[in-house]
Design a protein around this ligand. Structure first.
Ligand code: FES
Length: 132
């Protein structure tokens, strides 16, 4: 089992095989085990089509850009680090300064953010969206 943590996609700080890289989880409340691989993030029925759900504790946003297509991204805004607030009309929105990111690929739709939200690898098993 080989995992290649790519750039800033690594959010894990704890758990088996945790990488030395720790982005987006420094300090805080100390335990990020909610982001362990295999953990269920959401039920597919809880993710609206063309919308999504912000998982504040996990710092992950799960979207369903098109029916049956699920994506997940870091919920930490790349502008100044707020947790994104909402997903609507195909964008992931940050209330802090108004940045918007595409729910389909995390790319910047509207600034001031200039970098996309890093994508998280997920799997969908039955009605369950899980971290890969
Ligand atoms: Fe999100 Fe500034 S922190 S727009």
């Amino acid at each position: 089992m080989t995992q290649n943590p790519t750039r800033r996609t690594v959010l894990r700080c704890t758990g088996a095989g945790a990488a030395a890289i720790c982005v987006g989880c420094g300090g805080g409340d100390g335990d990020s085990s909610e982001t362990s691989p295999g953990r269920e993030l959401a039920r597919t029925g809880d993710i609206p089509i063309a919308g999504g759900k912000v998982l504040t504790e996990e710092k992950i946003v799960v979207t369903q850009p098109e029916k049956g297509e699920f994506k997940a991204f870091s919920a930490v805004c790349t502008h100044q680090g707020c947790i994104v607030s909402d997903v609507r009309d195909g964008t992931i929105d940050c209330a802090c300064h108004g940045s918007r990111f595409a729910a389909a690929d995390g790319s910047v739709v509207r600034g001031p953010a200039t970098k996309p939200l890093p994508e998280k690898r997920i799997t969908v098993e039955g009605n369950s969206v899980r971290l890969a």
